[in-house]
Design a protein around this ligand. Structure first.
Ligand code: ANZ
Length: 764
């Protein structure tokens, strides 16, 4: 008898798939499509880890499942290759990031192929490939032309180790998301995308999405819409007014002082001379704290500015304070403090002995102008890095930004030797002197004539999130030289039907939605939401439940599992069996062995079927299994689908299997273990079309029968609904029940069957 040899089987099928390319996807007008993708990976030098395998295998199970149902499925693949690790490595070793990236993507591709994924390899994209980033630059220019990409001087998070600006989303508890170092605030001119322009739509359309509730809530909180009013308070003996944002304009009579953020821009104009020093000192301290720290419920701090304002409702003179619990980026960066109604203001007033008066509520509309604010900020997109998509902008002598003409894209990253940022914190691009100079056509507004003007290129690059904000549309026509995406292909394939990931709940998933709405407004996309269904899966941890990490030495290398002889099918099935998809799970080597034995049993059953059964003997379990596996995959209950297959195989060992039973097994197994399943289907000369179940085998409607002995509940027995009509059969069933037999040993006087109540009473 032949023995199960997964490595041999897998090699055979992978070679066949490589040659025959069965997973090529093409537009087929009229044929229902299914577009499935994972959040593409950053290909690190360490190669695939078990987390990638969980991610990609979920996508693969769904891809094959729909493919077997004969939908026209597209499952592309790509790499998010710009970013800090390759650049830091270049700074350290002088190796070009282009080179490192090529080696890493080559490795990733090889590993993904070793896992037998049903990928259309013709749709491979790489964000650091000029063929790709040409169009990232094009996207930027569309935003620039519409005023949605703009520059602004502001305080930014700065990581002193990575020497880069970070977006809010990249600061975790005051620390850099990449290197973990504490971040600082630095005032710099930066590029922003005006995502706030779409805040309402981004918020209002969340509810309709087929996304996990958890993610939807996180996005809602992130956008944080707040409806209130802005009210002006005139500063005493000064030309300035302070505009506050409040959600409770009706409490204005209780506003006994004002508080502005330490960064409040007009602060310097109204601070009294006596207070200047203290205010400056306080400001310097506050800038060191993160917003999260400032919002924590610690002891309140603050200083008096020496200035006063007039409360427009009471006409009273109230003091103006500076305190860091007021954030500069929210509302107007100034508040009216109503200690009677607001807890934080109350604490502050108590600490600094400020008046607290009972608030007499006033008409909501009497003061100020209605205003809606959002917690979400505009999206900071520039980075002082070399290894990113160059921003297609150049500056004239006055420092005004000009778009690089679209027909001159891509602005290619020059090859350089020294990747260190320059002393001023600009990227290494600032040192590429030849590259920096560029001639841009400029139209003279008076004469209407165009002349070429020498300008200096932007040395900032785009944060990687820009590259990943549109890749789902590039996949539909990945090698299009004329446009970012093909209109016909986008109309057919997009939006993405199923998107699978484990991270980026807010940032990436909000940015793609924003770009989708923007490009829909420009007429480039015929839909306003890019992702129909989102599957968010848990992480895989080390056997002890701890996060896998190189430093702890507890990383499981998926390739080791495969090469140990288990093969890719075992790894794939194991990772689907590991637990409910949305939960984190701990790696369990014993369970890997168990999955291997299951596949081995499948193999032996199919290739050495000693116990052949008649065709329809297993109809009930077979149809039940088809139904269960099908419904489970729709619900992403992959673990219970695998469990059902295991149960089915056990049953077939017990009862014997007919060819039809085995072909069904192979078909149901294929999304999970495509190599073994293909081998079985080949043996039986069967295709892989997804099987349908026949309801007639599933009418096992049972009801629960309550059995009493002398009026006391003694057992609950489940019986076939149809048997309720047959009293003698019911009584026989009840009597043969072990428990009841025990209670009725002494003999039965009488049995009463109440069909309506599904009750049997036995008198002994
Ligand atoms: C007076 C008042 C009375 C307020 C009251 C609240 C309750 P949300 O819902 O989070 O938007 N606020 C405004 N700008 C702020 C800033 N930059 N930093 C810190 N706090 C700020 O909360 C809006 C409320 O938070 C505003 O309404 C303001 O306090 C405060 F009984 O004004 B309120």
């Amino acid at each position: 008898m032949k023995r199960f040899n997964p490595l041999e089987i897998e090699k055979k099928w992978q070679k066949k798939w490589e040659e025959e390319k069965p997973y090529r996807a093409e537009v087929k007008p009229g044929v229902p499509k299914m577009y499935i993708a994972e959040m593409f990976p950053y290909p690190s030098g360490a190669g695939l880890h078990v987390g990638h395998v969980r991610n990609f295998t979920i996508v693969d199970v769904l891809t094959r499942f729909y493919e077997q149902q004969r939908l026209n499925v597209m499952r592309p693949f790509g790499y998010d290759t710009f970013g800090l690790p390759a650049e830091n490595y270049a700074i350290k070793t002088g190796t070009a990031p282009q080179e490192v990236t090529k080696a890493n993507t080559d490795n990733f591709r090889k590993q993904a192929k070793r896992l037998g994924y049903a990928i259309d390899w013709n749709r491979e994209i790489n964000t650091s490939d000029p063929e790709y980033y040409k169009w990232t630059q094009w996207c930027f220019l569309q935003l620039f032309k519409k005023g949605l990409a703009y520059q602004k001087e502001s305080y930014q998070w700065w990581c002193p180790v990575d020497q880069t600006v970070l977006a809010n989303e990249q600061v975790e508890n005051g620390h850099c998301w990449r290197c973990g170092h504490e971040v600082e605030k630095k005032k710099m001119k930066q590029w922003f995308f005006k995502i706030t322009e779409y805040a309402d739509e981004l918020l209002d359309e969340i509810d309709a999405l087929d996304w996990p509730e958890k993610i939807k809530t996180m996005q809602k909180n992130w956008i944080g819409r707040s409806v209130g009013a802005e009210i002006d308070f005139k500063v005493v003996n000064d030309a300035h007014s302070i505009t506050v944002f409040t959600t409770r304009p009706d409490t204005i009579k209780g506003a006994t002082f004002l508080v502005v953020a330490p960064e409040y821009p007009d602060l310097q104009y109204f601070v009294s001379d006596d207070a200047k020093e203290a205010v400056e000192k306080y400001k310097a301290e506050a800038l060191k704290k993160s917003e999260i720290e400032r919002q924590e419920n610690k002891e309140k701090t603050g200083v008096f500015t020496g200035a006063y304002a007039i409360n427009p409702a009471t006409k009273e003179k109230i003091p103006i304070w500076v305190a860091d619990y007021v954030l500069s980026g929210y509302g107007t960066g100034a508040i009216m403090a109503v200690p009677y109604n607001d807890e934080r203001d109350k604490e502050f007033a108590e600490k600094f002995d400020l008046p607290i008066v009972e608030t007499e509520l006033v008409d909501f509309d009497a003061f100020g102008t209605p205003k809606t604010t959002y917690r979400m900020r505009d999206w900071l997109i520039s980075r002082q890095r070399y290894w990113g998509c160059p921003i297609p902008i150049a500056y004239d002598k006055e420092g005004n930004p000009h778009a690089i003409p679209e027909d001159e894209l891509p602005v290619i990253l020059p090859e350089i030797q020294d990747y260190k940022p320059d002393e001023s914190g600009r990227s290494a691009l600032a040192k590429a002197k030849d590259w920096l100079k560029v001639k841009i056509p400029v139209k003279d507004p008076k004469t209407g004539k165009t002349h070429l003007e020498e300008m200096t290129r932007e040395t900032d690059t785009l944060d990687g999130y820009a590259c990943s904000s549109w890749y789902l549309w590039r996949y539909v026509s990945p090698h299009d030289k004329k446009q970012a995406w093909d209109k016909e292909a986008i109309a057919y394939w997009a939006p993405t039907d199923i998107y699978v990931g484990a991270d980026h709940a807010v940032a990436h998933l909000l940015y793609v939605r924003f770009w989708c709405k923007f490009f829909a407004d420009l007429g480039y996309l015929p839909f306003r939401e890019p992702i129909k269904k989102l599957i968010y899966h848990g992480y895989i941890n080390a056997p002890d439940g701890k996060k896998m990490s190189k430093s702890k030495g507890n990383v499981i290398d998926p390739l080791d599992v495969i090469n140990d002889g288990y093969g890719a099918d075992t790894l794939r099935v194991y990772e689907m069996f590991i637990g409910p998809v949305e939960l984190d799970a701990a790696w369990d080597p014993r369970s890997v062995g168990g999955v291997y034995r299951f596949l081995n049993r499948c193999y032996n059953l199919c290739f050495d079927n000693k116990n052949e059964s008649s065709d329809n003997k297993n109809a009930v379990i077979r149809n039940k299994t088809i139904k269960k596996v099908t419904e489970d995959i729709y619900k992403c209950n992959f673990n219970t689908a695998v469990a059902a297959l295991m149960e089915y195989v056990n049953e077939l060992y017990k009862e014997g299997a007919a060819t039809g039973d085995l072909v069904t097994l192979a078909k149901l197994l294929k999304p999970f273990a495509p190599h073994l399943a293909s081998e079985i289907l080949e043996k039986y000369g069967a295709d892989d079309e997804w099987p349908k179940w026949d309801e007639k085998y599933l009418v096992t409607d049972t009801v629960e029968l309550v059995v009493q002995v002398n009026g006391k509940l003694r057992a609950k027995i489940s019986v076939d609904v149809n048997d309720l009509d047959d009293e003698s059969k019911i009584i026989d069933l009840v009597k043969s029940n072990e428990k009841i037999a025990e209670y009725t040993k002494g003999g039965i006087k009488k049995t009463i069957f109440v069909k309506k109540a599904k009750l049997v009473n036995i008198v002994v």
